[in-house]
Write a protein that binds this ligand. Structure first.
Ligand SMILES: NC(=O)c1ccc[n+]([C@@H]2O[C@H](COP(=O)([O-])OP(=O)(O)OC[C@H]3O[C@@H](n4cnc5c(N)ncnc54)[C@H](O)[C@@H]3O)[C@@H](O)[C@H]2O)c1
Length: 268
């Protein structure tokens, strides 16, 4: 894939995958509301995903969009609505109008955040049960992706990212970590697979304490995870302690996103 537009490229995931997606003959067009310094094989666009004209221009001559940009935590409804829902619509619409054949959408485990351990491993066709407005926005993004595939023929892969940081940030992440290298492997698989149509896959490494979500759908794309959060277990437990199995963080897939401190009334 010679030219790939990455929205939200200045964020945590964008910064981790940027060097890992670099290839000779490939250009990464990096878009964010924050300024970005382009390196070799990169172009930078400072714009909002909610700006239809800017998105249309950014999609010009692009072979695939990796849409990471937006609010990555819970926030008041108006912000989620504008940035995550309207912004994701704007990305799909710009891609369609510019003739971009493929969009990879950064969805989230919080689409199914209220699913319980009794239901594990969740599969890609587990119906949404969002834990936040944020989770609703990701479910809506997946639905927009389905619309743009079925109505307009775009290939759309929604990756329900579990926890993607340089290292597992907490005990829950020993089950949910997606290592930066595995994230790049998965995105590469999303770019390379022929005629994927519309898919939902889980973004997670091969964690010893995993099994919360199915890896079958991602493996079907050609993804072969190589990392395991267990290598970080000692460090994580030394920093955070070892939570009891009945800790509320394990009651639902969404973990702390299901806690009362994320209720909308407390976010205003
Ligand atoms: N990191 C994770 O564990 C994780 C888990 C599940 C889903 N995701 C999803 O993956 C994506 C990337 O996550 P992240 O951890 O890098 O988040 P992040 O918050 O670190 O990065 C998001 C980026 O989007 C940019 N952005 C915000 N509003 C924008 C707008 N209107 N237009 C353009 N850019 C805008 C921000 O400036 C930021 O650089 C997000 O969509 C997030 O919801 C991440």
């Amino acid at each position: 894939m010679p030219r790939i537009l990455v929205t939200g490229a200045a964020g945590a995931v964008g910064s981790l995958v940027r060097p890992r997606l670099a290839r000779p003959g490939r250009t990464l067009r990096l878009l964010d509301v924050m300024p970005l310094e382009p390196g070799e094989g990169e172009e930078a666009v400072q714009a909002s995903v909610t700006d239809a004209d800017a998105m249309r221009a950014a999609c010009e001559g692009v072979d695939a969009v990796i849409h990471l940009g937006g609010i990555s935590l819970e926030a008041p409804w108006e912000r989620i609505l504008h940035v995550n829902i309207h912004g994701t619509y704007t990305v799909f619409e710009a891609a369609r109008r510019a003739g971009v054949p493929r969009v990879v959408f950064a969805s989230s485990n919080h689409v199914v955040g209220y699913r319980t351990p009794a239901e594990y491993p969740l599969t890609a066709d587990t119906p949404p049960l969002p834990d936040t407005y944020y989770g609703v926005s990701k479910a809506t993004g997946e639905a927009l992706g389905a619309l743009y595939h079925h109505r307009y023929g775009l290939d759309v892969i929604c990756v329900r990212i579990m926890t993607c940081f340089a290292e597992p940030p907490n005990p829950r992440a020993l089950s949910t970590w997606l290592s930066p290298d595995d994230c790049a492997r998965l995105l590469e698989a999303c770019l390379a697979v022929e005629k994927p149509g519309y898919r939902i896959v889980h973004g997670v490494s091969a964690n010893t304490r995993g099994g919360w979500v199915s890896l079958d759908e991602a493996r079907a794309l050609g993804y072969a995870p190589a990392d395991d959060a267990e290598a970080h277990a000692e460090t994580v437990h030394a920093a955070h302690g070892e939570p009891a199995p009945d800790d509320p963080v394990f009651a639902y897939l969404g973990g702390p996103f299901t806690f009362p401190d994320l209720d909308a009334d407390r976010l205003q």
